[in-house]
Design a binder for this molecule. Structure first.
Ligand SMILES: Cc1cc2nc3c(=O)[nH]c(=O)nc-3n(C[C@H](O)[C@H](O)[C@H](O)COP(=O)(O)OP(=O)(O)OC[C@H]3O[C@@H](n4cnc5c(N)ncnc54)[C@H](O)[C@@H]3O)c2cc1C
Length: 489
């Protein structure tokens, strides 16, 4: 009896006991697994990936009465939310992946509230170190000091490119209905657009350290359409950012706890086969390929890894192209432990410094923890992350210390060590997060999010709030509603 016949003959929904043991479903039949039939019980959904997107989807579906199984390659939940505690002394910890929760991040705040987690306020940039020049943010803003970049306005750091977008922005009457002149900007890169609109090279150079660093991309890789469309809600020196008090890992761990019996860890997915009745997922378990089938599948895997998973039959040509080519950047975080918090002393340039050094953004991370020790964090991306990525771990930390010394000359006296996470060498993402590359800002988001038959898609790359925890959670909630709607619930 094949699976379909079996299901038809039982005439009821088959609810698997989604425990690690029960999930073992070497072909040929569900009946051979430890699946238990439960009359009138929940419908089943398999979710791939226990990052925030997959966890939120599974959590919402479980609440709605579905039987869910989450298949995850790692031994922990959270994906790109990763809090390191062990490498540091005195109970210090550091966010090596996602860090900031903005005041406007609706889904972050909603899930934190649901799990009883508190969001604290982080500190804003208080200094700038670019082209060897040092600026205290307060006097920079007040006295309208100028950055050493031609074509920039005094007193502001982020958004210098806006002055060169005015002609194009005037063409937009309704942001929901962009005219053809604007849509065709998708064929240009940010650099090409800025130069075309009369910006000096320096404005594009500064953009590398402002928005492109946030996107973890290089300006010549980023779509000009993305820039024009998003510039009003871009990150700036005034963005109100927070963090989850005690560590961001509490968010995925809280969701995973609510799903613990349903998450299968250490099981990399290798194949997806789908048809009109459902999908079969093949995953590795201790070197053996096992399968699991359900009427619906949620794929919450980054496209950077999904492109290496065999899909039968292939998804639509548009989806296949999007999976194969969606742009991802380079990103590294370096957490440096120091014996003393010299950055808080009166002679210091500041405690959160915007730089054009290899460290890009460098800031006091341990603001919620008692001293005297503390952690300086660097978030670096693009070409600098790649260059550091070619070094050994010891060399990366040595380079970080050298760069920090340019800003705080006393740094070497207090340096004790640190930890590095280069996401491009992590096998389960091999990149940072998605961004809209040239040619990808018109329809890629819709294509990425669209269901393919009984296969649904979640993940930061499918959300308008891409590249964020908020976007990942939003996509999980969206996909759970999509599954329910497709099932007529
Ligand atoms: C360095 C860095 C800094 C960031 N900073 C911020 C920030 O300050 N604020 C913010 O909001 N966001 C930030 N982000 C972005 C945020 O982390 C992501 O947008 C979000 O966590 C993505 O969630 P996701 O569920 O879509 O993907 P992921 O977290 O990547 O989850 C996907 C899951 O799928 C699993 N997986 C992969 N391949 C397989 C396979 N073959 N089989 C089974 N499982 C597999 C992975 O192990 C992972 O658990 C940052 C990200 C990075 C890397």
């Amino acid at each position: 009896m094949d699976r379909r016949t079996f299901l038809a003959q039982t005439g009821r929904t088959l609810a698997l006991t989604w425990t690690a043991a029960a999930a073992v479903s070497a072909e040929p039949a569900v009946a051979e697994t430890q699946a238990t039939a439960a009359a009138g019980s929940a419908r089943q959904v398999i979710v791939l990936g226990a990052g925030l997107a997959g966890l939120a989807a599974a959590y919402e579906l479980k609440k709605a009465g579905y039987a869910v199984a989450v298949i995850e390659a790692r031994t922990r939940p959270g994906g790109r939310v990763l809090t390191y505690r062990d490498p540091f002394a005195d109970g210090l910890y550091a966010e090596m992946g996602a860090e900031y929760v903005d005041a406007t991040d609706e889904y972050d705040h909603r899930f934190c509230k649901e799990l009883g987690l508190k969001v604290m306020t982080a500190k804003l940039y208080d200094a700038i170190f670019v082209r060897g020049q040092r600026f205290k943010m307060a006097s920079f803003k007040q006295n309208k000091e100028r950055l050493p970049y031609a074509g920039t306005e005094g007193g502001r750091l982020f958004g210098q490119e806006a002055a060169y977008l005015k002609r194009l922005l005037a063409l937009i009457a309704d942001p929901e209905k962009l005219p053809p002149e604007i849509l065709k900007l998708d064929n240009l890169s940010v650099v090409e657009l800025l130069l075309q609109e009369g910006a000096p090279d320096d404005v594009a150079a500064l953009f590398t350290y402002t928005q492109a660093t946030e996107s973890t991309a290089r300006p010549h890789e980023m779509s000009a359409l993305h820039l024009v469309r998003s510039h009003r809600r871009s990150f700036s020196e005034d963005t109100d950012e927070g963090r989850i008090l005690g560590g961001n890992d509490q968010l995925p761990k809280g969701l995973a706890r609510a799903l613990s019996g349903q998450i299968l860890y250490r099981r990399p997915v290798r194949k997806i086969a789908h048809d009109g009745d459902g999908a079969t997922v093949s995953f590795e378990e201790d070197g053996v390929l096992r399968t699991l089938r359900a009427p619906r599948l949620v794929v919450a895997l980054p496209f950077k890894v999904l492109r290496d998973i065999e899909v039968t039959p292939s998804f639509s040509p548009a989806k296949t192209k999007c999976i194969a080519t969606l742009a991802y950047g380079h990103v590294m975080k370096l957490a440096m432990q120091y014996q003393r918090r010299f950055w808080d002393e009166p002679t210091s340039l500041g405690q959160r410094v915007f730089t054009d050094t290899m460290l890009r953004r460098v800031y006091h991370f341990s603001i919620d923890q008692p001293g005297p020790r503390g952690i300086l964090m660097s978030f670096t991306s693009g070409a600098d992350a790649e260059a550091l990525g070619r070094m050994s771990e010891a060399e990366r930390l040595q380079a970080a210390l050298q760069e920090a010394t340019k800003i705080w000359p006393e740094a070497p006296r207090h340096f004790e060590g640190g930890a590095v996470k280069y996401w491009n060498e992590d096998p389960w993402i091999r990149g940072s997060y998605s961004f809209e590359g040239v040619g990808q800002a018109r329809d890629y988001l819709q294509i990425a999010a669209a269901a393919e038959g009984r296969v649904h898609f979640a993940g930061e790359h499918t959300s308008v709030h891409r590249a964020s925890m908020n976007g990942a959670l939003e996509s999980g909630v969206r996909v759970a509603a999509e599954v329910r709607k497709a099932e007529g619930a």
